[in-house]
Design a protein around this ligand. Structure first.
Ligand code: C5P
Length: 230
Protein backbone atom coordinates (compact mmCIF):
# COMPACT_ATOMS: atom_id res chain seq x y z
CA UNK A 1 0.00 0.00 0.00
CA UNK A 2 1.61 3.23 -1.20
CA UNK A 3 0.50 6.52 0.30
CA UNK A 4 1.33 9.68 -1.61
CA UNK A 5 0.91 12.96 0.27
CA UNK A 6 0.86 16.20 -1.76
CA UNK A 7 0.56 19.67 -0.23
CA UNK A 8 0.72 23.13 -1.70
CA UNK A 9 -0.91 26.55 -1.97
CA UNK A 10 -3.98 27.52 -4.00
CA UNK A 11 -3.73 27.55 -7.78
CA UNK A 12 -0.61 25.36 -8.00
CA UNK A 13 -2.40 22.58 -9.88
CA UNK A 14 -2.48 20.08 -6.99
CA UNK A 15 -5.86 18.60 -7.85
CA UNK A 16 -5.31 17.98 -11.54
CA UNK A 17 -1.80 16.62 -10.99
CA UNK A 18 -2.79 14.42 -8.03
CA UNK A 19 -5.80 13.06 -9.90
CA UNK A 20 -3.67 12.20 -12.96
CA UNK A 21 -1.07 10.53 -10.73
CA UNK A 22 -3.73 8.43 -9.01
CA UNK A 23 -5.19 7.43 -12.39
CA UNK A 24 -1.77 6.44 -13.72
CA UNK A 25 -1.20 3.95 -10.89
CA UNK A 26 -4.85 2.96 -10.38
CA UNK A 27 -4.75 4.45 -6.86
CA UNK A 28 -7.53 6.13 -4.93
CA UNK A 29 -7.60 9.92 -4.83
CA UNK A 30 -8.52 11.97 -1.77
CA UNK A 31 -9.15 15.69 -2.20
CA UNK A 32 -9.05 16.97 1.39
CA UNK A 33 -9.74 20.53 0.22
CA UNK A 34 -13.08 19.28 -1.09
CA UNK A 35 -13.89 18.09 2.44
CA UNK A 36 -13.23 21.56 3.92
CA UNK A 37 -15.16 23.15 1.07
CA UNK A 38 -18.11 20.80 1.69
CA UNK A 39 -18.10 21.84 5.37
CA UNK A 40 -18.12 25.53 4.42
CA UNK A 41 -20.94 24.88 1.92
CA UNK A 42 -22.92 23.06 4.62
CA UNK A 43 -22.38 25.83 7.20
CA UNK A 44 -23.51 28.48 4.70
CA UNK A 45 -26.56 26.35 3.89
CA UNK A 46 -27.45 26.17 7.59
CA UNK A 47 -27.39 29.98 7.64
CA UNK A 48 -24.23 30.32 9.76
CA UNK A 49 -22.66 33.77 9.49
CA UNK A 50 -19.15 33.24 8.11
CA UNK A 51 -18.69 36.91 7.22
CA UNK A 52 -18.11 38.27 10.69
CA UNK A 53 -14.53 38.87 11.77
CA UNK A 54 -14.98 36.45 14.68
CA UNK A 55 -17.04 33.43 13.59
CA UNK A 56 -18.97 31.50 16.23
CA UNK A 57 -16.50 28.62 16.45
CA UNK A 58 -18.69 26.54 18.70
CA UNK A 59 -21.63 26.60 16.29
CA UNK A 60 -19.35 25.91 13.32
CA UNK A 61 -17.80 22.95 15.18
CA UNK A 62 -21.18 21.52 16.14
CA UNK A 63 -22.52 21.94 12.63
CA UNK A 64 -19.49 20.26 11.04
CA UNK A 65 -19.62 17.49 13.67
CA UNK A 66 -23.23 16.81 12.74
CA UNK A 67 -22.32 16.86 9.03
CA UNK A 68 -19.94 13.93 9.63
CA UNK A 69 -21.43 11.98 12.51
CA UNK A 70 -24.95 12.44 11.17
CA UNK A 71 -23.87 10.74 7.95
CA UNK A 72 -24.78 13.69 5.74
CA UNK A 73 -21.33 13.77 4.10
CA UNK A 74 -20.04 11.37 1.47
CA UNK A 75 -17.04 11.41 -0.87
CA UNK A 76 -15.90 9.24 -3.75
CA UNK A 77 -12.18 8.42 -4.06
CA UNK A 78 -12.28 7.13 -7.65
CA UNK A 79 -9.93 9.50 -9.55
CA UNK A 80 -12.00 9.06 -12.71
CA UNK A 81 -14.98 10.61 -11.00
CA UNK A 82 -14.18 12.18 -7.62
CA UNK A 83 -17.41 13.58 -6.18
CA UNK A 84 -18.70 15.03 -2.94
CA UNK A 85 -22.23 14.61 -1.62
CA UNK A 86 -24.39 16.15 1.08
CA UNK A 87 -27.48 14.11 1.91
CA UNK A 88 -27.09 12.36 -1.43
CA UNK A 89 -26.99 15.65 -3.38
CA UNK A 90 -23.95 15.99 -5.64
CA UNK A 91 -22.29 19.24 -4.49
CA UNK A 92 -19.00 18.77 -6.39
CA UNK A 93 -19.59 21.88 -8.52
CA UNK A 94 -21.27 23.96 -5.82
CA UNK A 95 -18.22 23.71 -3.53
CA UNK A 96 -16.04 25.40 -6.20
CA UNK A 97 -18.11 28.60 -6.21
CA UNK A 98 -16.55 31.97 -5.32
CA UNK A 99 -18.82 32.09 -2.29
CA UNK A 100 -17.39 28.87 -0.88
CA UNK A 101 -13.79 29.75 -1.86
CA UNK A 102 -14.02 33.08 -0.06
CA UNK A 103 -15.47 31.56 3.14
CA UNK A 104 -13.70 28.21 3.41
CA UNK A 105 -10.74 29.51 5.45
CA UNK A 106 -13.13 30.71 8.16
CA UNK A 107 -14.18 27.09 8.66
CA UNK A 108 -10.79 25.42 8.14
CA UNK A 109 -9.20 27.79 10.68
CA UNK A 110 -11.34 26.36 13.48
CA UNK A 111 -9.09 23.84 15.23
CA UNK A 112 -11.82 21.44 16.47
CA UNK A 113 -13.13 21.32 12.88
CA UNK A 114 -9.67 20.38 11.68
CA UNK A 115 -9.50 17.61 14.27
CA UNK A 116 -12.74 16.07 12.97
CA UNK A 117 -11.52 16.22 9.37
CA UNK A 118 -8.00 15.03 10.13
CA UNK A 119 -9.39 11.95 11.90
CA UNK A 120 -11.71 11.21 8.95
CA UNK A 121 -8.86 11.71 6.44
CA UNK A 122 -6.54 9.39 8.36
CA UNK A 123 -9.22 6.69 8.36
CA UNK A 124 -9.79 7.15 4.62
CA UNK A 125 -6.06 6.99 3.87
CA UNK A 126 -5.70 3.82 5.97
CA UNK A 127 -8.84 2.60 4.14
CA UNK A 128 -10.41 1.71 7.48
CA UNK A 129 -13.36 3.93 6.72
CA UNK A 130 -13.09 4.02 2.99
CA UNK A 131 -15.95 5.96 1.44
CA UNK A 132 -15.90 3.41 -1.38
CA UNK A 133 -13.78 0.35 -2.09
CA UNK A 134 -11.89 1.83 -5.05
CA UNK A 135 -8.30 0.53 -5.16
CA UNK A 136 -8.39 -0.80 -1.60
CA UNK A 137 -4.97 -2.01 -0.47
CA UNK A 138 -3.18 -0.70 -3.55
CA UNK A 139 -2.48 2.96 -2.91
CA UNK A 140 -3.88 6.43 -2.41
CA UNK A 141 -2.92 9.96 -3.39
CA UNK A 142 -4.10 12.51 -0.82
CA UNK A 143 -3.68 16.23 -1.40
CA UNK A 144 -4.21 19.33 0.70
CA UNK A 145 -2.32 21.68 3.00
CA UNK A 146 -1.27 19.51 5.94
CA UNK A 147 -1.08 15.98 4.51
CA UNK A 148 2.72 15.74 4.48
CA UNK A 149 3.02 17.22 7.97
CA UNK A 150 -0.05 16.31 10.06
CA UNK A 151 -2.46 13.90 8.36
CA UNK A 152 0.07 11.42 6.93
CA UNK A 153 3.64 12.42 7.89
CA UNK A 154 4.63 8.75 7.49
CA UNK A 155 3.46 8.54 3.86
CA UNK A 156 5.81 6.68 1.50
CA UNK A 157 5.97 9.68 -0.88
CA UNK A 158 5.70 13.28 0.38
CA UNK A 159 5.74 16.26 -1.95
CA UNK A 160 5.25 20.00 -1.67
CA UNK A 161 4.03 21.34 -4.98
CA UNK A 162 4.63 25.04 -5.36
CA UNK A 163 4.82 27.82 -7.95
CA UNK A 164 5.46 31.56 -8.01
CA UNK A 165 2.56 33.72 -6.86
CA UNK A 166 1.89 35.36 -10.23
CA UNK A 167 1.88 31.97 -11.95
CA UNK A 168 -0.66 30.56 -9.47
CA UNK A 169 -2.90 33.61 -9.76
CA UNK A 170 -2.78 33.38 -13.57
CA UNK A 171 -3.66 29.67 -13.48
CA UNK A 172 -6.64 30.30 -11.20
CA UNK A 173 -7.81 33.17 -13.43
CA UNK A 174 -7.61 30.79 -16.39
CA UNK A 175 -9.74 28.29 -14.48
CA UNK A 176 -12.23 31.06 -13.69
CA UNK A 177 -12.80 31.43 -17.42
CA UNK A 178 -13.61 27.71 -17.42
CA UNK A 179 -16.22 28.10 -14.70
CA UNK A 180 -14.29 27.79 -11.43
CA UNK A 181 -14.93 30.76 -9.12
CA UNK A 182 -12.50 33.66 -9.66
CA UNK A 183 -10.57 34.61 -6.55
CA UNK A 184 -7.49 36.07 -4.97
CA UNK A 185 -5.33 33.03 -4.18
CA UNK A 186 -2.86 35.11 -2.17
CA UNK A 187 -5.53 36.20 0.31
CA UNK A 188 -6.68 32.61 0.80
CA UNK A 189 -3.11 31.34 1.29
CA UNK A 190 -2.53 34.04 3.90
CA UNK A 191 -5.68 33.06 5.80
CA UNK A 192 -4.82 29.34 5.53
CA UNK A 193 -1.24 29.90 6.70
CA UNK A 194 -2.51 30.76 10.17
CA UNK A 195 -3.15 27.08 10.88
CA UNK A 196 -1.21 25.11 8.28
CA UNK A 197 2.31 25.32 6.89
CA UNK A 198 2.44 24.66 3.15
CA UNK A 199 4.72 27.35 1.73
CA UNK A 200 7.94 25.59 2.68
CA UNK A 201 8.65 21.87 2.81
CA UNK A 202 8.99 20.05 6.12
CA UNK A 203 11.92 17.70 6.74
CA UNK A 204 11.90 14.77 4.32
CA UNK A 205 9.38 16.42 1.96
CA UNK A 206 10.47 16.99 -1.65
CA UNK A 207 9.66 20.38 -3.17
CA UNK A 208 8.61 20.58 -6.81
CA UNK A 209 8.35 24.14 -8.10
CA UNK A 210 6.29 23.84 -11.28
CA UNK A 211 6.30 27.56 -12.23
CA UNK A 212 8.22 26.77 -15.40
CA UNK A 213 7.18 23.15 -15.87
CA UNK A 214 4.28 21.97 -17.97
CA UNK A 215 1.71 19.55 -16.62
CA UNK A 216 3.28 16.43 -18.19
CA UNK A 217 6.72 17.24 -16.83
CA UNK A 218 5.38 17.69 -13.28
CA UNK A 219 3.42 14.46 -13.59
CA UNK A 220 6.50 12.57 -14.85
CA UNK A 221 8.51 13.72 -11.84
CA UNK A 222 5.81 12.48 -9.48
CA UNK A 223 5.47 9.17 -11.34
CA UNK A 224 9.23 8.68 -10.95
CA UNK A 225 9.02 9.30 -7.20
CA UNK A 226 6.21 6.79 -6.77
CA UNK A 227 8.02 4.20 -8.89
CA UNK A 228 11.08 4.59 -6.66
CA UNK A 229 8.89 3.97 -3.59
CA UNK A 230 7.17 0.84 -4.91
O1 C5P B 1 -7.35 22.56 -2.03
P1 C5P B 1 -8.44 23.58 -2.01
O2 C5P B 1 -8.01 24.90 -2.54
O3 C5P B 1 -9.70 23.10 -2.65
O4 C5P B 1 -8.77 23.77 -0.48
C1 C5P B 1 -9.81 24.57 -0.04
C2 C5P B 1 -9.51 25.07 1.36
O5 C5P B 1 -9.61 24.01 2.30
C3 C5P B 1 -8.16 25.69 1.60
O6 C5P B 1 -8.12 27.04 1.19
C4 C5P B 1 -8.01 25.55 3.11
O7 C5P B 1 -8.72 26.56 3.79
C5 C5P B 1 -8.70 24.24 3.38
N1 C5P B 1 -7.80 23.10 3.49
C6 C5P B 1 -7.14 22.87 4.68
N2 C5P B 1 -6.38 21.75 4.85
C7 C5P B 1 -6.26 20.87 3.85
C8 C5P B 1 -6.91 21.08 2.62
C9 C5P B 1 -7.64 22.22 2.46
O8 C5P B 1 -7.26 23.69 5.60
N3 C5P B 1 -5.56 19.75 4.05
Amino acid sequence: MIRVAIDGPAGVGKSSTSKALAKYFGYAYLDTGAMYRACAWWCLKQGIDLDSEQVDERTVTETVGDFFTGDHFDISVNPDDPRVFADGEDISDAIRSSEVSSHVSKVSNVIPVRNVLIAAQRAYIAREAAPDSFSEGLGIVAEGRDITTVVAPDAEVRVLLTAREEVRQARRSGQAAAGVGAENVVARDKADSKVTSFMTAADGVTTIDNSDLDFEHTLDMLIGMVEDAI
